[in-house]
Every structure is written in structure tokens, then in C-alpha cells.
Design a protein around this ligand. Structure first.
Ligand code: CDT
Length: 315
């Protein structure tokens, strides 16, 4: 048995006017609760330190830069790292990263129990658009403010387990889980900011969006025999509702813990990493059962090409 007690630290809304210090204080309050509950690892959402700023159109570089971190930990986040080290709890959280070379990423880091950063992941699947779109109910400008991640999907040894990360929209793509599954991943952590309505299809409501979120994470967990922990930033941010629905999923694809609110809330489960062994050795023993000779489209082609188009381009 390799048990990791995991806390999913769902965060409620963060308004534009909230300071990093306000947010870090809320993160530390959840960390203190997690320590009481005996957690070894706490998972926070995507872009935890600020409001989901890609919903706002901005032109002024200085206005844009205020949402980004140039160092991690920095003065505002050092107290979180100190509290994590004091409790002996590993943490993972998302933030907007500006590199020394002036590159912008939607990033997530993972620490060990001493507060050392052992892993960094940069979001690959950036949803939304880069130009102002007046046909949408609201903007989703991740393609304007970030470049696609350059890390791929690494997996690290931490707390005696193989751990990997992805971020929000990444959770909807099976390739993400399989990339990590092929490295033997046993725990995938992710944070998200998911609006309760689709900006292009207003009647796709909360129930369907929660289902899609659960479905993606449960399938990824089962098909790769891994734990998956998905944590929301939820609640109404300056009039814009984000869904909750944070869950911990076991390697059978079963949801074993679920948030009840759209506020700061800790969900906890004792996750045995050895539960991954059975699926990895049987139905999802990749070495014995995968047929990569038939998977060439997966990396050779991006969009759909129907058979009649294939024929036409060959003529
Ligand atoms: N943050 C993030 O990736 N949110 C997306 C919403 C997509 S709508 C353009 C998600 O997949 O939840």
C-alpha cells in the first residue's frame, strides 16, 4: 500500500480587485484544514492567484503583466511555500507565468513536502480565441495572453509515486492522459476555470458541463489506470459564474470525493497508489495490447480528413 492523502482545495471566486495576499491567505487557510485532515498533498486550481483574467480584453502591456508572476515563489507566494513546508505538505497550483525572456504561459507547479519545486507544466490546449469576438456571450482570450506550452506532459517521482499535471481544457483530450499513462503515471492533478455556460451556445447549462468534466476525468483515469484529481476555481467572478464540481477519481474511473459548494472547500481522500497496479498489468497493459501501427493519424494529422477528401487530395 502506498497511500497519499490528497486534498483538493477548491477555491471560490476571486474578484479583479482581490490582492495576491488575500488569495494566498485563503490558500493557507485551506492548507491548515488539510493539515488537520492529515493530507500529504494539496491540489489547487488553474490560475489560482487571480481572477480568470482571460475573460477581459486588455491592450496595455502593463495592465496585462499585472496578472503574471515573474518569479515562483515570489514575495506574495513565499508565505504559501513556508506554510506548506511547516506542515510537510506537497502542493500543486496554477498561475500565469512570465519568463525572463518575456514569454507568457498558463503554468502549474508541483512541490515536494519540503516546498521544493519538483515539476513544472505549461498548458498545451489553450481554448478560446485571440481576437475580440462580439458574437460570444463573454470573451475567452487564452490564445491572446498565452502561448501553447512547451513542456509536453512530463511525469515526476514525488511522494513515492509517478505524478503528472495538466490544466483545465487539457482534461478533455485523451492524448494528454495517454502521454502520461505511457510514462506509468499514477496520479494526474489538474485545476480548472470552467464557465457555467458555453459562451457560444448559451443553453448548454451547468448540468451538461459538469457531466463533460466528470466524463473526461473518469475516462482518463480508467483508461490509464491512474488517480485523477481535478480542482475548480468556482463561484461568480465579477458577474461571471464558474462551475465547481471538483472531484477525486480512482484508477477504476470512480468518483470517490466531490465538492458540494462553489466556494473555498477542501475535499479529501486517502489514495492508494498501488490501486493503479491491477489495471496497468491487465486490460491496460500497454506493452501487450496497444497496436501503434494503427495509430499514425494521432500524431500525423491535426484536423478531420474524411475518406473522400483523402481520395481527392491523392488525385
Ligand atoms: N480555462 C479553461 O481552459 N476553460 C475551458 C473553457 C473552454 S470555453 C472556451 C474548459 O475547457 O473548461
Amino acid at each position: 500500500m502506498r497511500e497519499i492523502v490528497i486534498g483538493g482545495a477548491q477555491m471560490g471566486a476571486i474578484q479583479k480587485a482581490d490582492s495576491r495576499a488575500d488569495v494566498v491567505a485563503r490558500m493557507i487557510a485551506l492548507l491548515d484544514q488539510a493539515a488537520e485532515a492529515g493530507c500529504d498533498l494539496v491540489v489547487y486550481p488553474e490560475l489560482t492567484l487571480t481572477t480568470f483574467f482571460p475573460r477581459w480584453w486588455m491592450d496595455d502591456p502593463a495592465e496585462i503583466d499585472q496578472w503574471f508572476e515573474t518569479e515562483m515563489p515570489g514575495p506574495d507566494t513565499q508565505p504559501l511555500f513556508d506554510a506548506a513546508r511547516k506542515h510537510g505538505i506537497a502542493i500543486t497550483f496554477g498561475y500565469a507565468e512570465k519568463t525572463p525572456e518575456g514569454r507568457y504561459f498558463n503554468t502549474s507547479i508541483l512541490t515536494d513536502k519540503e516546498g521544493n519545486i519538483v515539476g513544472k507544466y505549461r498548458k498545451t490546449h489553450l481554448p478560446g480565441h485571440s481576437e475580440y469576438d462580439e458574437d460570444r456571450l463573454f470573451q475567452h482570450l487564452e490564445k491572446k495572453y498565452f502561448e501553447p506550452g512547451d513542456t509536453g506532459f512530463p511525469v515526476w517521482r514525488n511522494l513515492d509515486a509517478w505524478m503528472g499535471m495538466c490544466i483545465c481544457n487539457d482534461r478533455r483530450w485523451p492524448e494528454v492522459y495517454r502521454e502520461m499513462g505511457l510514462q506509468g503515471v499514477e496520479l494526474i492533478t489538474l485545476g480548472y476555470n470552467t464557465p457555467t455556460v458555453n459562451s457560444q451556445h448559451g443553453d448548454e447549462g451547468l448540468e451538461k458541463r459538469l457531466y463533460h468534466s466528470d466524463l473526461s476525468m473518469s475516462a482518463g483515469a480508467y483508461q490509464n489506470a491512474t488517480w485523477v484529481v481535478g480542482v475548480a476555481k468556482a463561484g461568480v467572478e465579477d458577474g461571471h459564474p464558474l462551475m465547481g464540481g471538483s472531484i477525486i477519481v480512482d484508477p477504476n474511473g470512480m468518483v470517490v470525493a466531490r465538492a458540494k459548494t462553489e466556494e473555498d472547500e477542501l475535499i479529501v481522500h486517502a489514495c492508494d497508489m498501488d490501486m493503479c497496479n491491477f489495471g496497468k498489468a491487465t486490460i491496460f497493459d500497454f506493452k501487450r495490447h496497444r497496436r501503434i501501427e494503427h495509430y499514425t493519424r494521432i500524431t500525423g494529422q491535426t484536423g478531420v480528413i474524411t475518406p473522400d477528401q483523402e481520395t481527392r487530395s491523392a488525385e
